[in-house]
Design a protein around this ligand. Sequence first.
Ligand code: ASP
Length: 292
Amino acid sequence: MTYALIIHGGAGAQPGTDYTLQKAHMGELILRGQAMLETGKAAIDVVTEMVADMEGCGLYVAGKGSAPNTQGVFELDASIMDGPERRAGAVSAIQNMVSPIKAAKLVMDDGRHVMLNGDGARAFAITKGLAPVNDAEAYYTEHEKHGSMEPVSHGTVGAVALDTQGNLAAATSTGGTFNKRPGRVGDTPIIGSGTWADEQIAISCTGEGEAFMRSCAAYDVSARVRYGDASLNAAVHRMLDQVAICGGDGGAIAIHTNGDISMPYNSLGMKRAFVTDTIPATVRVFETEPPA
Ligand code: ASP
């Protein structure tokens, strides 16, 4: 029974910051995800559950932990992709919804469109019965605990999974970069930039979104594996080289259908946890590479 699961809490981790709460949370969450996979849950449902939990807890710059834009408004991005049929869904600059990733999944399940933006995304999610945030001031209270409000600060959450049926899925959700302009949309909701899953690989990116968009980062990894016969790890590293050429830093979590996992970063740290049928659940923030 082969399976694998990786989650991340963003590549904006800063040395000297205490991530005890995030590490404890990721440690529990990855075990919950492992149990889901071991009982035969589909990858698409596991990544949805992982990301929705990280959105709701307020410990990361996504969902409840999101930071406001320069006008004090919370505009959130999320996307999800199901590998086998490349179904995809995304929401961008959505306001006042508890779970942007569940909104993205509803867009995917509906099937008519891939991405909905702003008010249209929110109206669609509410029509489908998703919970709104009724009092933004009272709900988005956690962002000042995340550290610097400088423009370079950022954070995101994501999950990739390979289930026991051999299917892959990826999901990513973010409050975006700190002090972003109103209407700014990053890589996170862009299928092929922040998120990708097909029959061979699944990947969720985090970092300076503009550089990831200009690198078509997530799909770049798929193409390197598909057309270039690169190993997963080599492909993710080469993608981050392209992001660096575009002036950005960050990281990614990725799984190959053969069970390979990869989670490099070229920023200072990346909150992450991983487990496979052969590697016990592990949580890290600053170490550069997982054990083989
Ligand atoms: N990629 C996200 C964005 O640019 C931020 C992050 O991953 O930290 O919106």
